[in-house]
Ligand binder design. Structure first.
Ligand SMILES: Nc1ncnc2c1ncn2[C@@H]1O[C@H](COP(=O)(O)OP(=O)(O)O)[C@@H](O)[C@H]1O
Ligand SMILES: [Mg+2]
Length: 347
């Protein structure tokens, strides 16, 4: 048996497209591993399939084929009963704390709920004690227990959502755009909180985000997704600092930076790389990024590029990877600046 906590193999997730039409393949040939205490990010622009993967792990999306194992146990098709048992091991934090927290429940009840549903048998006093202790760990005062989510700011609400997700000390937490709705400075604080809790509890994160700067900050490893396929995966440093796949490079170039001159250079670099190559996959065969790729050639769509491991250990799905020019310095260096700005803003 493998030492990985979460092991996804050859996952495919489809959505029906209506009578007589072939289903839409939202995620294809996805394999992914998450070790204990590790943070693996899934990054990609909107519509790339990130939430679909998170939903499949949580049992909220139907898996067409492939496998999802938690600690060796197959959970891809878990029924209601198995899911209930999984609740103490698998939790989630979503983007919008406004809709993910029940507005009619007090904060105390919000955080206590997983304990009541899936926790060990505890008295009311013991539950209260755990809730208050958990809230303290996320920086929320004891007086919050009798208040309602609406009385808190977005950042505080996200802290409450994190307290709820971590109160059972789950093995793994799926964070889907968990900091995306927050201001940059609050974002950094919440990322640091997730980091601290990970160190204390030893939980693993599947961290879903469209933002490379955020991902660079929190991840051990990064998986870059485009149209449901993995384009590149490797350590956060490999993928974010020296991106190999043209799509990863374009994602990095889209991270805004605070410096006006740097931002202008990046915008120019980005515009010059936006081309219509005229080369497109056909019948589902070929690189999905080819139509937008400045380096696309016919061979990119003759077959779907497999994910191939490079000598440095990362994997890239690009048949031209050995022939590409080095990444545009204007994008990569400016992005490093954006990342360090985020880091210095943490408090
Ligand atoms: N319930 C659904 N029914 C049909 N199509 C869906 C559904 N959910 C997502 N999709 C489609 O699947 C693709 C991936 O969506 P999603 O996983 O939400 O991407 P992301 O989280 O990366 O923005 C998109 O093209 C989206 O329109
Ligand atoms: Mg999403």
């Amino acid at each position: 048996m493998s030492a990985d906590l979460l092991e996804i193999n050859d996952l495919e997730i489809t959505y029906p497209r209506g009578f007589g039409k072939a289903p839409f393949r939202a995620v294809q040939e996805l394999s992914l591993r998450v070790g204990r205490g590790e943070t693996v990010s899934i990054v990609g622009e909107s519509g790339s399939g990130k939430t679909t993967i998170g939903s499949a792990i949580l049992g909220l999306a139907r898996v067409a084929s492939g496998s999802i194992k938690l600690n060796g146990e197959e959970i891809a098709h878990a029924g209601v009963r198995q899911r209930r048992e999984l609740a103490s091991r698998l939790q989630a934090v979503f983007q919008d704390p406004f809709s993910s927290l029940d507005p009619s429940q007090t904060v105390g009840d919000v955080v206590a709920e997983p304990l009541r549903v899936a926790g060990p048998k505890l008295s009311a006093a013991e539950i209260n004690e755990r809730v208050v202790a958990m809230l303290a760990r996320v920086g929320i005062a004891q007086s919050a227990v009798s208040k309602y989510p609406a009385e808190f700011s977005g950042g505080q609400r996200q802290r409450i959502a994190i307290a709820r997700a971590l109160v059972l000390e789950p093995e793994i937490v799926v964070c889907d755009e968990a900091v995306s709705a927050l201001d940059v400075s609050v974002q950094a604080q919440v990322l640091n909180l997730l980091d601290d809790l990970q160190r204390d509890v030893g939980t693993s994160y599947v961290f879903i985000s469209h933002n490379m700067a955020v991902v660079r900050h929190i991840s051990d490893r990064v998986v870059v997704l485009y149209r449901g396929r993995v384009m590149e995966q490797g350590t956060a440093a490999e993928v974010c600092d020296t991106p190999a796949h043209p799509y990863t490079r374009s994602l990095l170039a889209s991270v805004p930076v605070p410096d006006v001159a740097a931002q202008k250079g990046r915008r120019e670099a980005r515009m010059s790389s936006i081309v219509a190559s005229g080369i497109a996959p056909h019948d589902g065969v070929g690189c999905p990024f080819a139509p937008r790729c400045p380096f696309a050639q016919q061979k990119c769509v003759d077959a779907t590029p497999p994910l191939v491991e490079l000598p440095d250990g990362r994997s890239v799905a690009c048949v031209r990877v050995g022939e590409l020019p080095p990444p545009d310095e204007r994008s990569v260096l400016a992005t490093t600046a954006a990342v360090s700005t985020t880091v210095t803003e943490k408090s």
